[in-house]
Unconditional design. Structure first.
Length: 367
């Protein structure tokens, strides 16, 4: 069983600098967990502590039924795939993939069998006698994956493995990693700063900031029900639209008052926002929940906002509209056919059933 558990794990450097601060994560057998967050949030340090490449300062790490705090990396029965491939330039593909097995004195026939099996899985059999300098970035990454596969570890750890690839190759390799996971049926822990990778690959996502885990859940829950303002703004492309304003009450109905416009809240939100009546609050709405009124059959004036369209950014199948209310700039993500005139006023409709509110002090989600 390749369950991995981190209990109150911290990494503290000289000067009382906390790179990782009391992280608690339980990773189930055969689960694909993604650690995601901005540079410097502690995700790679967390992965390296699981791998045994960094000593932990506090806490306990379990792999299966064993505490591995003091177990050397080579004895943890896990394989790590690095960002820079870490291939030996003077060795062939076959030699790179089999290097770890040769160090462990595996029989020659077993080494050949495992290398052949891995090259078949990854589609690199024809490259087996080439050296790294003769390979593309995507081919090198496949070799690095193959070197991990031949070990048949309890778990695979990935440290931003696609960040050195171009956009097209990243998409292709993302698909390959997903196929590989389904075929190998083992535990994957994957570190990335790319939230698209996180959303598409992970069974669950752990969003990190400043060494702490902000939220752990499945991708759709992270996207639809973020725990706080940071998670809401980090997950999603383009980022969620955030605006500061106040909650006001008129004729038994609650509104969000941005300063230049007011939009009415749905009744299901009334009880939750009631304590904020007359007080500051942060309002959030995703770009796909902002519509051009021309394409809405029934739009209430209470959910309609007037803004200037400053930029139209076509992206093939969809268009981003950059809008200015006079106080805030926000983005609408609309269909490819919808290209309003630039620097002209337009009416936008907010889907108020999809909005988020955040406490201005704690930044935690209210709705």
């Amino acid at each position: 069983m390749a369950q991995i558990s981190l209990k109150n794990v911290s990494k503290i450097y000289k000067g009382d600098v906390k790179a990782v601060d009391k992280v608690n994560i339980g990773i189930e057998n055969k689960e694909f967990l993604v650690l995601v967050g901005p540079s410097g949030c502690g995700k790679s340090t967390t992965l390296r502590m699981i791998a045994g490449l960094e000593e932990i300062s506090e806490g306990t790490i379990w792999i299966g039924d064993n505490v591995v705090n003091d177990v050397p990396s080579k004895d943890r029965n896990i394989a790590m795939v690095f960002q820079n491939y870490a291939l030996y330039p003077h060795m062939t593909v076959a030699e790179n993939m089999s290097f770890g097995l040769r160090l462990r004195k595996y029989p020659k026939h077993e080494i050949e069998r495992r290398v052949n099996e891995a090259t078949e899985i990854l589609g690199i059999k024809k490259l087996i006698n080439r050296r790294p300098r003769q390979l593309s970035g995507g081919e090198r990454q496949r070799v690095a994956l193959g070197r991990a596969i031949v070990r048949k570890p309890m778990a695979f750890l990935f440290d931003e493995p696609l960040s050195n690839l171009d956009a097209k190759m990243r998409v292709q390799m993302r698909t390959e990693i997903h196929k590989l996971r389904l075929r190998l049926q083992t535990t994957f822990v994957y570190v990335t700063h790319d939230q698209t990778e996180a959303l598409t690959l992970g069974d669950r996502i752990a969003v990190m900031k400043d060494g702490r885990v902000q939220q752990i859940s499945d991708p759709m829950t992270i996207y639809d029900k973020p725990a706080n303002k940071f998670v809401a703004s980090f997950i999603g492309t383009p980022p969620i639209n955030l605006m500061e304003g106040r909650i006001i009450k008129k004729e038994r109905k609650y509104y969000f008052d941005e300063g230049k416009f007011q939009v009415r809240l749905v009744e299901e939100m009334h009880n939750v926002v009631a304590p904020y009546d007359g007080k500051p609050i942060t309002f959030g709405i995703r770009s796909e929940d902002v519509y051009d009124k021309l394409f809405v059959s029934q739009a209430s004036p209470d959910t309609t906002v007037r803004a200037v369209c400053e930029v139209v950014e076509p992206l093939g199948s969809e268009v981003y509209l950059y809008l200015n209310s006079g106080k805030n700039v926000f983005i609408a993500r609309v269909g490819a056919h919808n290209r309003p005139e630039v620097n002209r006023d337009m009416d936008l409709v907010f889907d108020m059933s999809k909005v988020h509110f955040f406490d201005p002090d704690t930044e935690k989600t209210i709705i």
